[in-house]
Write a protein that binds this ligand. Structure first.
Ligand SMILES: Nc1ncnc2c1ncn2[C@@H]1O[C@H](COP(=O)(O)OP(=O)(O)O)[C@@H](O)[C@H]1O
Ligand SMILES: [Mg+2]
Length: 374
């Protein structure tokens, strides 16, 4: 049977399960540390191709708002004025990308949290389309790294850091299954009209059975600069993979720097000596000047330093991250690593990893690393 037809039949099963899950999630106590749940989960809808064609002006390039690894995203307006984001799987795509698209549908259709992007529906006529609420400000990457706009204020940066941590905590702990996102990064965190962050792009997400400690994955996919060492080197994936990426994301928000700069230096290798030396004024985005809250900066920088630890065991869980991010009274000694672990951190310094990564692209099995661009 052609792959496409096979997929169509599994779509039907998927849709019928959404209704069930909606009911369960409404009653579920999602998380003890999350922000107050907003409204009920939006109803999932099957859009017709004609509807999305009209909404996006025939996928007019003026409405193109984003382009990722395997899809294009268009802004669309429905007849009733509702503004949508329509994610269209590239026509010339391979089976693996198609699978990612379905993964995204299967995962995001089952999650509901103010800090996770909401899926409104999908369309399977004339290709594959996912339909989301439109995020007015685009992604964190587009706002943070836009040199033509004023610098993102510290207040918004802090709000984004906290909201993203809550969304990620929900994925790991609060929803029906353990979800490992695997591609936490600034271009996958969208911003609502009031700059509430929403985790999006579940193309690489994995559901982990509770009894599994981790998952071994091949090929290694994700985005350089955000990849945890154990994942990058051995394909090991668990919650700590996302915690590491979240740490890089925090460093990005604090410093305004990209995870890998033009000279190929990773943000982590740049930031680690600064964090160790506690020279926070070197870490902060110079575009902010003096306009930041030192107490909050200390908390975010400390959290980031824990999240980007080489050893996954010594990284905090997202529940711990949420505690550390807001507790200025916290006893830092609690997070001190034993000496052997400190030595290991130095041995596996990120600089070493970076060298391997640079030299690997043409020669080693690490060739298989697939990096997404958005
Ligand atoms: N709901 C949305 N509202 C506004 N812009 C969006 C939305 N979804 C995606 N985008 C834009 O499109 C880009 C690519 O979307 P994404 O879902 O990450 O695709 P890919 O899986 O191809 O990376 C994002 O970085 C963002 O700029
Ligand atoms: Mg993306």
């Amino acid at each position: 049977m052609p792959l496409f037809l096979l997929r169509r039949s599994s779509f039907k099963r998927l849709f019928s399960s959404f209704k069930e899950v909606n009911n369960t999630l409404d009653d579920e106590k999602i998380s003890k540390t999350t922000v107050k749940e907003s409204s009920q989960r939006p109803t999932f809808k099957c859009f017709t191709y004609e509807e999305i064609l009209e909404a996006t002006g025939g996928f007019n390039s003026d409405n193109l708002v984003g382009r990722g690894g395997y899809a294009e995203v268009y802004r669309g307006v429905m007849k009733d004025g509702q503004v949508l984001a329509v994610k269209r799987l590239n026509k010339a795509t391979n089976e693996r990308k198609e699978r990612e698209f379905l993964t995204e549908l299967g995962t995001i259709g089952h999650v509901h949290h103010p800090n996770v992007s909401s899926l409104l529906g999908c369309c399977i006529d004339n290709g594959f389309y996912l339909i989301f609420e439109f995020s007015l400000h685009g992604s964190v990457a587009s706002v943070l790294h836009d040199e033509d706009s004023p610098a993102m204020s510290w207040k918004i940066r802090y709000k984004i850091a906290l909201g993203t941590a809550r969304g990620l905590h929900y994925l790991h702990k609060g929803c029906q299954r353990r979800i490992i996102h695997r591609d936490i990064k600034a271009s996958n965190i969208l911003l609502t009209a009031d700059f509430e962050p929403q985790i999006s792009d579940f193309g690489l997400a994995k559901w982990l059975p509770t009894q599994w400690s981790h998952h071994s994955i091949h090929p290694i996919e994700g985005t350089l600069g955000y990849l945890a060492p154990e994942y990058f080197m051995h394909g090991i994936v668990d919650e700590k993979t996302d915690v590491f990426a979240f740490g890089v994301f925090l460093l990005e928000i604090i410093s305004g720097r990209k995870p890998v700069d033009l000279s190929h230096q990773s943000l982590v290798s740049w930031a680690k000596p600064i964090l160790i030396g506690n020279e926070l004024e070197k870490l902060i985005d110079p575009r902010l000047g003096e306009d930041y809250d030192m107490a909050q900066l200390k908390l975010l920088a400390f959290t980031a330093s824990l999240c980007v630890r080489t050893s996954a065991t010594w990284r905090p869980t997202m529940s711990e991250v949420l505690e550390v991010m807001v507790d200025s009274e916290m006893d830092k000694e609690k997070w001190k690593m034993p000496e052997e672990a400190e030595d290991e951190e130095e041995f596996w310094g990120f600089e070493d990893l970076e060298c391997e990564c640079d030299s690997s692209f043409s020669t080693s099995p690490l060739n298989s690393i697939l990096t997404s661009s958005s």
